[in-house]
Design a protein around this ligand. Sequence first.
Ligand code: ATP
Length: 478
Amino acid sequence: PATTLQDIISHAKEYGFVFPSSEIYDGLQAVYDYGQNGVELKNNLKQVWWKAMTQLHDNIVGIDAAIFMHPLTWKASGHVDGFNDPMIDNKDSKKRYRADQLLEGKAEEYEAAGEPEKAAALLAKMGALLGAEKLDEVRELIIEEKIVCPISKTLNWTEVRQFNLMFSTQVGSVAEDSSNIYLRPETAQGIFVNFLNVQKSGRMKVPFGIAQIGKAFRNEIVARQFIFRMREFEQMEMQFFIKPGTEMEWYNTWKDTRLKFHKAIGLPADKLKYHDHDKLAHYANAAVDIEYQFPFGFREIEGIHSRTDFDLKNHQELSKKKQQYFDPELGEDGKAIGNYIPYVVETSVGADRLFLATFCNAFTQETGEKERTYLKLHPALAPIKAAVLPLVKKDGLAEKAQEIANSLKSSFRTIYDDGGAIGKRYTRQDLIGTPYCIAVDYQTMEDNTVTIRHRDSMEQERIAISALKEKIGYEVAM
Ligand code: ATP
């Protein structure tokens, strides 16, 4: 049977990956918590990304900027004035929705009903209308598609208007003293405002990049699709500073590099595609999404944007601090290139969306004789790399297994489990995606060998304890 989003949500909850936030109080909409296995998978994804960006590129370094930023940051970025999210209100329920998400919901219905062409056509039409800012026609499309308010069930919609989704809060203790600041809606600006700090202190030469992983906040109106769209989420962004005029070259390079990354961590080529933007954001001169085929259709997991000098130029204007780079090279005309504001190509991927894509892709249900459910995660991403299981607890087998688990622990996440029949213990590991189960039996006591059971093939092989570390150590090939 085809995997549904509900299968994914249930499995994620039952096996300690993702829980609804504040669940004992019936949860908080569009907010989720990662459980004991989820946090490991997410950390592994972040680590692989961090390594791909910083460790494997001599000219990319990382930073960790604060979530709170000076309010002028959001003026410079265009977030305060540039309202980018099309909202529509239902006159009966007085509820507000994001117009694009109502239409996406309809596309999902088509998808679920086995009509992917209809879904794609609707999304394309919506993209074109939003791109041309034809908000009246967006409303007409909603009515044409008979999309009713989920609460009032009526078609009584207002016009579509643009809003912004930033959360604000106060800093300072006394009301009169306090000033309004925002929770950052993207991590990118923390990189831009530190561009010169990093460039100077690290003596970085253009082209170079700054990478960051961190929380971002958007007051998303519609809570749907599990962790795909949350109000508090995590971004992994890299801003690549380049010489003006070289942006298309770098845009294409990063487009390529990032698709390769997703394949390297195990997402299959046929479930990934590029989607060129019909609508360019106010800061971009070229933009593409990398989309993954979720159970609810192809959706964005990462955006690659050529942002020109939009951000640095605006920060220079508002801060009155030069945001220029001095290029010591000589140009083609033999003259020194000198000062300029670099252009930027950005790659921006949601850690949570990448988690969801990885999780959906790994979720495997086999039917028939070998009926079982397991997570076919890339071994480098699996929450637990190895489980050591004594066949029985007596005759020193438990102690031997403990000893093996302890010897592996500092190299990778290893657990020891002696509870229940061995078949049950294998199943438990399959369900959370552990790639290797190490069984300790009577032969182990004689010759120091163990059996390794492979998660995907369920095949078992006998190997020496001393060979375990090398067998299990696993990296993403990039
Ligand atoms: P969407 O159109 O789906 O709202 P976006 O185009 O606004 O996304 P960007 O601003 O380009 O997204 O953000 C970059 C990445 O951050 C996205 O590709 C996505 O992975 C992630 N992201 C954005 N908004 C959310 C959210 N509400 N919840 C989880 N991840 C998000």
